[in-house]
Design a protein around this ligand. Structure first.
Ligand SMILES: Cc1ncc(C[n+]2csc(CCOP(=O)(O)OP(=O)(O)O)c2C)c(N)n1
Length: 475
């Protein structure tokens, strides 16, 4: 059971002004996410909504978007307050509207795509292009600023988050995991990546398990087991969970801010112990369990059936909006509930209060150089291949093992990157069986779990990684 300290319920870390700013940012992101799904004109609702303002084909995932927006708003807050270098992997990457909304708000969308300006004209284009012929995908995609993780095949978010953190000691990688995604094999194995994360040479991963209760049309397993059972499961994979639960925005904003602070304090403490005080025990890394309604703040009921907080909110909560005038009015009331006139000025630019939590420059999640392809890439020190060539004077005369020859080259690269740590060899426990064991002359095997006297080549800072999950190896 979580101790009272680990339950991040109402906490008082937020001053009233800051709470108002976080709420404004979240409302703006929710408005922009819903706008992308529905509108092709009239983005600021400056006139009553008409059928011709609505897209002919409604696509996109609303259900996950308010949760992703909440996480983004609160990551902005802590990145700015603590001067963090961070990126986020969005497991429910089908919530493209949320991540696009946030990169438009933080300005990185306009910097990458100047025709989508951060004003009313740009907002119209942001809405129109979403999941539209010639436009942008409805999922987080390679072209989404700040993304390293495509929102298509679920299951790989946590593995990718660890992949980003290895050998990046200054980086915080947040990772939102859907409760549906958590049912996949790749994700289930990924919990064990913490047994390979070296608190000295690697960055930190902050998993945020989002229990919005449902996958597409069914309940999600982890959302329907008792909280103490879930808590024990997550402790069993090495984490200290911090639970944030609620459906009242103010309460959840306060709890989320407190949870983020507590998690980041713990991460800082674990890194300080390992880096400054020589501690070698495996840290119990924090994680956040966020339980909020699916489709939160969206239509509560449609045609007499509950939608907010149910599986019906997964994708497009109100359909037939062009044909059904009742649905059109309900959509308008929903969009106006965010009070867009308070969030955007007459030209459609976000007001200062909305942007108060957004960090500057490369600290913005959309601008992280770790997530934007090529900015940090450098060549590996690969020796001349001729040095490792096998001389063949006549066919059939020489006997060699190709992988052992290959390992001569890999070992040289491993040795040459000992200081810069930008090369690893990863496999499903087959390094030695594939005749690559000479690698252990240059480095050990990454390991943070128990060590026995009979073990060979295990080391906390090794750069050979062996785990019998090919999915995890990919990450
Ligand atoms: C491997 C895989 N299987 C199935 C799907 C189809 N799919 C898209 S969204 C979704 C539900 C995801 O649920 P969850 O991870 O909880 O995200 P959220 O509820 O926040 O949308 C499913 C099953 C997929 N994208 N990938």
């Amino acid at each position: 059971m979580p101790t009272p300290q680990e339950k991040a319920t109402v906490a008082s870390v937020l001053a009233p002004e800051e709470l108002g700013e976080l709420q404004a940012h979240w409302r703006a992101a929710n408005y922009l996410a819903a706008g992308q799904i529905y509108l092709r004109a009239n983005p600021l609702l400056q006139e009553p909504l008409r059928p011709d303002h609505i897209k002919p084909r409604l696509l996109g995932h609303w259900g996950t978007s308010p949760g992703l927006n909440l996480v983004h708003t609160h990551l902005n807050r802590v990145i700015k307050a603590r001067g963090l270098d961070a990126l986020c992997v969005w497991g429910p990457g089908h919530g493209g509207p949320a991540v696009l909304a946030n990169s438009w708000l933080d300005g990185t969308y306009t910097e990458t795509y100047p025709d989508v300006s951060r004003d009313g004209a740009g907002m119209a284009e942001l809405f129109r292009q979403f999941s539209f012929p010639g436009g942008v995908p409805s999922h987080v995609a390679p072209e989404t600023p700040g993304s390293i993780h495509e929102g298509g095949e679920l299951g790989y978010s946590l593995a990718h988050a660890y992949g980003a953190a290895f050998d990046n000691p200054g980086l915080l990688v947040a990772c939102v995991i859907g409760d549906g995604e958590a049912e996949t094999g790749p994700l289930a194995a990924s919990w064990h990546a913490d047994k390979f994360l070296d608190p000295v040479h690697d960055g930190a991963v902050l998993p945020i398990l989002h229990l919005n209760g449902y996958k597409i049309a069914n309940p999600a397993v982890l959302a329907r087991i008792p909280e103490d059972e879930l808590d024990a499961l997550l402790r069993g994979v090495g984490h200290e969970p911090i639970h944030v639960t609620g459906d009242d925005p103010e309460t959840v904003h306060r709890a989320m801010a407190a949870a983020m602070d507590r998690a980041l304090d713990r991460i800082a403490r674990a890194q300080r112990r390992a880096r400054k005080e020589g501690a070698t025990d495996r840290p119990r890394w924090p994680m956040i369990v966020l339980r909020t309604p699916k489709g939160w703040t969206g239509p509560h009921e449609v045609d007499g059936r509950p939608v907010e907080g149910t599986w019906r909110a997964h994708q497009v909560p109100l359909s037939d909006v062009r044909e059904d005038v009742g649905h059109l009015r309900q959509l308008e009331a929903w969009l106006r509930s965010y009070r867009p006139e308070e969030l955007f000025d007459a030209e459609g630019r976000p007001r200062p209060e909305v942007l108060a939590c957004v960090p500057d420059g490369n600290r913005r999640l959309g601008a992280s150089p770790h997530a934007n392809g090529g900015l940090l890439v450098r060549d590996l020190p690969i020796p001349p291949l001729e040095r490792h060539a096998v001389r063949v004077d006549a066919p059939g005369k020489e006997l060699h093992e190709p992988t052992r020859v290959l390992c001569g080259l890999l070992e040289r690269v491993m040795a040459a990157t000992a200081g810069r740590r930008d090369f690893r060899v990863v496999g499903p426990d087959e390094t030695a069986s594939n005749r690559l064991e000479a690698l252990y002359e240059a480095t050990g095997k990454a390991w943070q779990a128990e060590f026995l006297a009979s073990d060979e080549h295990l080391s906390r800072d090794g750069r050979v990684m062996e785990v019998l999950s090919e999915h995890l190896c990919q990450g």
